[in-house]
Design a protein. Sequence first.
Length: 414
Amino acid sequence: MPLTDTACRTAKPKEKPYKLTDGNGLYLEVKPNGVKAWRYRFELSDGATKKESVFAIGDYVIAPKGEMPEQAEERRKGRRFTLSEAREERVRARSLVIQGINPAHHRQQERVKRDYEKAITFEAVAKEWLALKDWEDITKSKRLKMLERVVFPRIGDLPMKAITPVNILDVLRGAAQENGPSVAAEAKRTMSGVFELAISTLRTTSDPVYPVRKALPANKTQHKRPLSVKEIGQLLRDVESHGGRHETLCAFRLMWMTLCRPSEAVEAQWSEFNLDKALWKIPAERMKKRKAHTNPLPLQAVEMLRGLHLITGKYAHVFPHRDVRTRPMVSASFRQMLNVLGWGGKYSPHATRTTGSTRLNEMGYSADWIERQLAHTEQNAVRRTYNHAEYLDDRAIMMQRWADMLDSWKKESA
């Protein structure tokens, strides 16, 4: 006769193990120490003969009163089954036997698979994704820092298959609130790229970024929009009155006076400057195009840097980090300052170069001078071959005029 819950519950241990048969190969083994274990006896053919084996399903348990479905699932993962659940496990084991699969071997393989998947964390795959990118080391380093700051604290330790759209949305909302919409957009693109790699290498089956890709409003900051003359003057006056770090203000002014990239300004080193000759030579490894670039310095920049040298000249970096003086300031300092001043969302430091190019063209300067000042690569191959001129003297005159105009616009009333 099939077993009943009462028979299972009231079975007493004896000096030797004994069995209570349920039928269809399932039985309950009662051990001398009181443990009651579910067993499934089956025969598996190797082609010529049949071999009898026993599959240990798990221990017998009485389901606690008020047990929630998720609690029951956790209990079953711990291999503790009620009578009805043991019968369901027997059916699953039987289906494997019919396919010629030993259920004990199958369970072992599934355990190895689960352990392997748990080891495939987002952080591990993300670092692999970065290593495969044909990027310069500095670009990879910046992207890794973003991941460490924004993404890894939330999902870095999670297995790839365990990450859901809810997790991704949490990352994106946190990034947008704490780091800004541009960083959130970068995090979204990066996470999707990581999942694309994981899918192509069979380590996950879907991209959880896709369902929530439009959950946040589009970044409305017009990064590339050139500022008007009136806006330039107002911005410079606002920054001048900013009560923050002197180094941040100086780095911001250097960016405007030379039209360099934000990272090129904040990571500047004293060894790159020749103030007597009013030149700033940025080494190739710090340039986007990996080609050294020489900037002529207007008088205002030289004067500012000479004064700053009295403060930070003992450090390698012109604008050292506030907390770790052996490291450079981060460009995020600009964004924080602009947010405090109410310019966040209206202007990005990256728009400085667009603004400078637009206004210098309006002032009638040669496009060749302007493009060389911005360290842009000539797109026309023939022209690039024959045009090696740096236009350094011409650019020095142009940038001095530019610095003078900045001072003039800053002094004008709003």
